[in-house]
Design a protein around this ligand. Structure first.
Ligand SMILES: Nc1ncnc2c1ncn2[C@@H]1O[C@H](COP(=O)(O)OP(=O)(O)O)[C@@H](O)[C@H]1O
Ligand SMILES: [Mg+2]
Length: 199
């Protein structure tokens, strides 16, 4: 039996036994033809990124893509959503895993675009990354630094009791090829953020 498990800003998520169906629904505030194109493009794009990354990091396997219906069928990861469980688990070990995973993803020149713990599932000691709807290709140091910055901010907001230790471990284990330059850039991105807040 198919059941609706989540309605997000962009998509409806259905579960049917071991499968997840992510369906991008119509947005009436967009012009119909443009809305069609956006949803079709994002469906195809997310499936492609998932397929590419499946060779490098833990992501759900794509089972079927239907661009006309704007649907991706993928493997259901029966794991814990990190946003709801990070404080309850062995978070040091999980943070190591997150740092390494982001490094591998960035070495493929893929920027996630929405790195939050709602988009990470812990299953059998592996952290599965999901939700590549906002992801894109880039080799730029700055884009990778901003990806990390988004995660830092999400951790500070959502997991403030353990965020400091989490961030330290994640960045220590972030072993992307250009990690030194990217971490330097991250400091600059943060300084810029602080400046903006102040003035
Ligand atoms: N493959 C999957 N396995 C298990 N749960 C999933 C899977 N894909 C999505 N979900 C669940 O559905 C939620 C929303 O999916 P997501 O792809 O993040 O869409 P949205 O763009 O609406 O955030 C996730 O936070 C997760 O709880
Ligand atoms: Mg999401």
């Amino acid at each position: 039996m198919t059941k609706l498990i989540q309605t997000g800003a962009e998509a409806e998520i259905y579960q049917d036994k071991n499968n997840i169906l992510k369906k991008r629904v119509e947005k009436s505030y967009r012009i119909k033809e443009i809305d069609e194109k956006i949803r079709k493009y994002r469906t195809r794009h997310e499936a492609k990124i998932l397929e590419k990354l499946s060779k490098v990091i833990a992501v759900p396997k794509v089972i079927k893509v239907d661009e006309d219906k704007k649907e991706i069928t993928m493997e259901f990861i029966e794991g814990l959503k990190l946003s709801e469980n990070f404080e309850k688990i062995n978070f040091e070990k999980t943070a190591i895993e997150i740092g390494k995973t982001i490094g591998k993803m960035h070495d493929q020149d893929i920027i996630h675009g929405d790195l939050t713990t709602s988009n990470m599932l812990l299953y059998k000691n592996k952290v599965f990354f999901i939700d590549f709807g906002l992801s894109y290709h880039s080799h730029k140091i700055e884009d990778k630094a901003v990806d990390l910055h988004v995660l830092k901010q999400a951790l500070e907001a959502k997991h403030y009791k353990i965020s400091e230790i989490l961030i330290t471990i994640i960045l220590k284990n972030y072993n992307a090829k250009q990690c030194k330059e990217i971490l330097e850039k991250l400091k600059k991105v943060e300084a810029r953020g602080r400046y903006k807040d102040k003035y």
